[in-house]
Each structure stands twice: as C-alpha cells, then as structure tokens.
Ligand binder design. Structure first.
Ligand code: GDD
Ligand code: MN
Length: 378
C-alpha cells in the first residue's frame, strides 16, 4: 500500500484503541468476551477488536462471522504460530492510537479497559492488568505448581522491571511504543516483559484485576513454553545489559580454564612425563586451555559474533591470550624450579595469568577479535 492510500485509510477514523486478542481454540469463549467488549464500547470507549487466530479449526471463524460485528476483525494465520508473534502481528495491523492485548479465555476483565486508557492519557507509557497490586487477585483453583511457577518466573524478571506482575498478558500501550519492531523477539509467552524492556518503558502503571480461571478450553502453557522463558530471559539480559552479559560468562569461563589447565598439566605429566620435556608440557597445557576457553567464550561471551569465521577468531583469540599467557608461563616456570611439575605451581601460574589477563583480554577481544553489536539480538 502506498503512503497516500495509507493516509487516506487511517488516521481520521482511527479509534482510540485496538483490542488485540490472540487466540488458539477459543471459539467457546469468544461470544461472551465480545459481548462484554461490546458493553464497554457502548459505555463510550471508542474501540475496535482484532482477533489473531492461528487457524484453530474449531469454528472460530464462523463464530465471529455469525456475530457480524463491524468493529471486530479476524486475522487467521496459517503460516505462523505462537502467542508472541500473534500479538506482534496484531500490533502491525492495529489502527487504534493505543493497543490493548488480552487473553480470549475470560481470564482478563475487559471492563477495566477505561482504566487502562486513563492511565495512558495520564502519561503512563505502559499499563499492566495486575494480580499483585492492592485490589488485584487470582481466582482460587490455581494449583501449587502453577503458583510456584509464576512466582519463580516473576523473580527472574526482577532485573528488568519492578512491575509486580510482569508475567501478565493483559497489556496497554501506545501503538508507537516500539519505533523499530525488528528489535522484538517473538519468543515465548511473555510479550509484556519484552515490550516493557525493549520499549524502554519507565512509567509502567498497574491496574488491579481479578484474574479468573478459564472455564472453556485449555491453557497452552506447556513445559516447552517454560523453557522458552529461560531463553527469553537470557536474550533480554543480553539486550539490556550487553557488557555485563558478556563479561560475566567470560570471567566464569576464564575461571574454569584454571581447572582445565591444572588438569592438563597433571595429565601430561602422569601420562607423558617421560616423553615430553616440561616446557613443552606447559605449552601444550596452555594451548589446550586456550582452545577450551575459545570454545566456550565464543558461545557464551561473544555470542553476537558467532556468524563470523571461526578460524580467524581462533587465531585472534590465541594471539590476544598469549600476552597474559606469557605472564602465566613465566610464573609457572619460575615456581616449578628445576624439574618438578607441581599442580600448585600450575594453579598459581594460571591464577596470576588469568587475573592479569581477564580484564585486558575481554576489552581487546571485543575491540579486535569478536566485533559486532552485542545489544542486537542473542
Ligand atoms: N494466536 C495464538 N497462537 N494465540 C495463542 C497461542 C498461539 O500459539 N497460544 C495461546 N494463545 C492465546 C490463547 O488462546 C489465549 O487467548 C491467550 O493466548 C493466553 O493463552 P492461555 O493458554 O490461556 O495462557 P495462560 O492462561 O496459561 O497464560 C496467561 O496467563 C499468564 C499469567 O499467568 C497468559 O495471559 C500469559 O500471557 C500470562 O503470562
Ligand atoms: Mn488463560
């Protein structure tokens, strides 16, 4: 569509808010939800609705067609799946000045949408329907497991936001919140957390809600979804704290290298002590340790540069490491004395070399060997 056509089609008739409802097999819940949204609409909220369905095959389309509401539009996706990507699709197609995202299963009360809009008008850059602020609640019937699960996930989100209920899927925000949607990772279930962090939201307001237990259909919260959450947290950490997320694994791998080095020295002495001279054994242990560190650093500390050629990086890695390694070598050699390879001498040599090297190496590695922008996707 050309810019011209775009202009003609939208702003004048833009409703105040587009309610985005991702659905998978929610045909049974939709009539009641749309009925309640209709009441909110009659109450004076200028809203339209976008249902983003992943080709549920349960009659969702005929239910919506039968209701025949001109303020409800159904998008059926056949080439993509997943809650977050459905929400992102809805955000792309929304026409309202603001977006509200909510579940279809009647867990989220549409009657609070006016409170969402008031918060946005009052300057909030993000609104969350929250179970954990005064006035909010969760319907009885949540098993202990689901409760623990939700708590653990909430604690893990703490480094990114102080919102009491960052797991909520009931969200409100301006359609312009994310200037460049390509920064968004449609991974997992926690699109709210993703939007708060990558939208750089500072004024997040929580509107208390009573979270009802669904009465129709099933939750799609599986073990796989929970594992995806760990991946999501890692990506957010890399996005929000790129240097720390690089340095911490780098230092940890460096520390593990001390153990590897000592083990290699000991193994080489025990297995080939009579065959290989001690200087050469030290050099071999150092090279082995470098390969170990390179492998894990490339994976965990310099993830953002993994698409660049491996051999060039290995050569650069060894060259940079060699500076502190010379320190390591000299200290080890000096401690060992005549012809006695002691694990303790190896350990002291490695610790000295590593401590001298870890900060120096990290800076030089990032500047020279693993270049790239670490805040762009993990
Ligand atoms: N299009 C699409 N595709 N929609 C989906 C998909 C999918 O793959 N998976 C789930 N949905 C829709 C559901 O149909 C429902 O409308 C909404 O997303 C939430 O899914 P539920 O299966 O009801 O999730 P839940 O109740 O376990 O989790 C809800 O509560 C959590 C907090 O406890 C969601 O709101 C989560 O976002 C929230 O974190
Ligand atoms: Mn639900």
């Amino acid at each position: 569509m050309s810019d011209q056509a775009d202009k003609a089609a939208s702003p004048e008739h833009a409703p105040e808010v587009t309610v985005i409802i991702p659905t998978y097999q929610e045909a049974e819940s939709l009539p009641q939800l749309l009925e309640r949204l209709g009441a909110v609409r009659r109450g004076g909220v200028d809203l339209n609705v976008l249902v983003v369905d992943d080709d549920s095959g349960d009659g969702t389309d005929s239910v919506i067609a039968a209701l025949n509401l001109d303020w409800v539009r159904l998008i059926t996706r056949t080439n993509a799946r997943g809650l977050s990507s459905a929400v992102l699709r809805g955000m792309r197609e929304a026409t309202g000045r603001s977006c509200v995202v909510m579940d279809a299963d009647l867990s989220h009360p549409p009657e609070v949408i006016p409170d969402f809009l008031e918060a946005l008008r009052g300057g909030a850059d993000f609104v969350v329907g929250s179970r954990y602020v005064p006035g909010g609640s969760t319907e009885d019937g949540w098993g202990v497991l689901r409760w623990i699960n939700s708590k653990v996930a909430t604690v893990m989100a703490r480094p990114f936001t102080s919102v009491r209920d960052p797991m909520s899927g009931f969200l409100g925000f301006s359609r312009e919140l994310i200037a460049d949607p390509s920064v968004l990772d449609p991974v997992g279930y926690k699109i709210g957390l993703e939007l708060i962090v990558k939208g750089g939201c500072t004024r997040v307001e929580e509107v208390p809600i009573h979270f009802s237990t669904r009465t129709h259909g099933q939750s799609k919260l599986s073990l796989r979804v929970q594992l995806q959450y760990l991946d999501h947290i890692l990506r957010l950490a890399r996005w929000k704290y790129p240097k720390l997320s690089s340095f911490v694994p780098f230092a940890a791998v460096g520390a593990s290298g001390v153990g590897v080095y000592v083990l290699l020295l000991w193994l080489l002495e025990a297995l080939a002590g009579g065959l290989i001279g001690e200087d050469f054994r030290i050099v071999l242990a150092i090279v082995g340790t470098m390969v170990w560190n390179f492998t894990f650093d490339r994976w965990l500390a310099f993830w953002y540069a993994r698409s660049q050629p491996l051999l060039g990086q290995l050569a650069g890695f060894i060259a940079v490491c060699s500076v502190p390694v010379v320190v390591n070598f000299l200290v080890t050699r000096w401690l060992i004395g005549d012809d006695f390879v002691s694990p303790a001498a190896g350990a002291i040599g490695a610790v000295t070399g590593s401590v001298a090297g870890v900060v120096f190496n990290w800076f030089v590695m990032r500047a020279v060997v693993f270049r790239g922008r670490s805040h762009e996707r993990g």
